[in-house]
Design a protein. Structure first.
Ligand code: 3PG
Ligand code: MG
Length: 399
């Protein structure tokens, strides 16, 4: 790989230089209080930031948060993230009220060597996500003017062709940060020659979101275990009635086709937890996958399915898991996700957890993060990597 990394930049010397770091600090916030509910993505970028601080760089961090529409929107401010980042670094983080305006310029100009600033949300600017090259380019010029070198450590955003990800590296000396490097190293093991059996567990609500990765993975994996909301479209394709469960009618034919082509590889639930309503206190029972009552919807995989999935996982030497098995946010429907996660921690396989929801599930269920081989900070990014797509953020670092 021709990508230069943080060590190459540190070897050149960064003392007194302004280093612009693109991070993915897109953390979940509590809707009521605005508090950060999971700071995993902030912690994930600390190794890069600490190394730069220690080397005496003036560290300018930028990120998006949520999906504001190209203009300032207080509910998506990065200010609370600056506070948390400062706590974790053990030194205050200077916060700029805008991204490339007066506040950003003076905040950066006032940085002493070894100090850190965080700019306001990149997506408060139309240029960040614009499809228009010139509009993105103008914003990238302004951002690039705040740094002497660029580090991409925003793995969760490398699949976005956005100004801070794709266009700034064309304007500054650029390297991959520690997180991006580690993510790519780990995921490239899965696309290269994974130790076998290689077992993938996929969940989440929609088949249509995951179809590309399912099609890319099926020829290469030994087993694909399917749970979560999307299993009902597969169960329907198997000929079962699914009651009022989540169903993508227009995907049934595609699923039927996949089941025919990869019959020996795909494992579907044999039992599900079916409830009267999508609610934490809804009446519910475990039923066979071919016996979902017409007025009920499946909200989790059942215990027999968990046991079957666990048995398949126990044979694995390599595991990739993306997407919850049920509505784990509701205690009554969390057992499938917990069971699969625990089964993964019990194997001696090299295990990778991909993506926001599954990583959050691991932490929300109180599981030990260190019993997984790697927990990716990228949801869409890790899936697109496994699909073999060219990721704009990685490609930009290669040039
Ligand atoms: C994510 O949460 O998946 C990343 O931060 C990317 O965010 P996006 O999907 O809004 O581009
Ligand atoms: Mg996303």
């Amino acid at each position: 790989m021709t990508i230069r990394n943080l060590d190459d930049l540190l070897a050149e010397g960064v003392s007194g230089r302004r280093v612009l770091v693109r991070a993915d600090l897109n953390v979940p916030l509590d809707k009521q209080t605005g508090d950060i509910t999971d700071d995993g993505r902030i912690r994930a970028v600390l190794p890069t930031l600490s190394a730069l601080v220690q080397a005496g760089a003036k560290v300018v961090v930028c990120s998006h948060l949520g999906r504001p529409k190209g203009a300032p929107d207080p509910q998506f401010s990065l200010r609370p993230v600056a506070g948390r980042l400062g706590e974790l670094l053990g030194a205050p983080v200077h916060f700029a009220e805008d991204t490339v305006g007066d506040s950003a310029q003076s905040t950066v100009a006032d940085l002493a060597d070894g100090q850190v600033a965080l700019l306001e949300n990149l997506r408060f600017n139309k240029g960040e996500t614009s499809k228009d090259e010139a509009e993105r380019g103008t914003f990238a010029d302004q951002l690039a003017a705040l740094g002497d070198a660029y580090v991409d450590d925003a793995f969760g955003a490398v699949h976005r062709k956005h100004a801070s990800v794709h266009d700034v590296p064309a304007r500054l000396p650029h390297v991959a940060g520690r997180l991006v490097l580690r993510e790519v190293e780990v995921l490239s093991k899965l696309t290269g020659a994974p130790e076998r059996p290689y077992v993938v567990v996929l969940g989440g609500s929609k088949v249509s979101d995951k179809l590309a990765v399912i099609e890319a993975l099926l020829p290469t994996v030994d087993r694909l275990l399917i749970g979560g909301g999307m299993c009902f479209t597969f169960l329907k394709a198997q000929g079962h009635e699914v009651g009022t469960s989540l169903l993508e009618e227009e995907m049934v034919e595609t699923c039927r086709n996949l089941l025919e082509r990869f019959a020996g590889k795909i494992m579907l639930p044999v039992d599900v937890v079916a409830a009267d309503a999508f609610a934490p206190d809804a009446a519910h029972d475990t039923v066979p996958a071919d016996g979902i009552p017409s007025h009920r919807l499946g909200l989790d995989i059942g215990p027999e399915t968990v046991a079957g999935f666990a048995a398949a996982l126990s044979q694995a030497k390599t595991i990739f898991w993306n997407g919850p098995m049920g509505v784990f946010e509701m205690a009554a429907f969390a057992n499938g996700t917990r069971g699969v996660a625990e089964a993964i921690t019990k194997t001696d396989a090299f295990s990778v957890v991909g993506g926001g929801d599954s990583a959050a599930a691991v932490r929300a269920l109180g599981l030990d993060e260190s019993s997984f081989g790697h927990i990716s900070t990228g949801g869409g990014a890790s899936l697109e990597y496994l699909e073999g797509k060219t990721l704009p953020g990685i490609a930009a670092l290669e040039n």
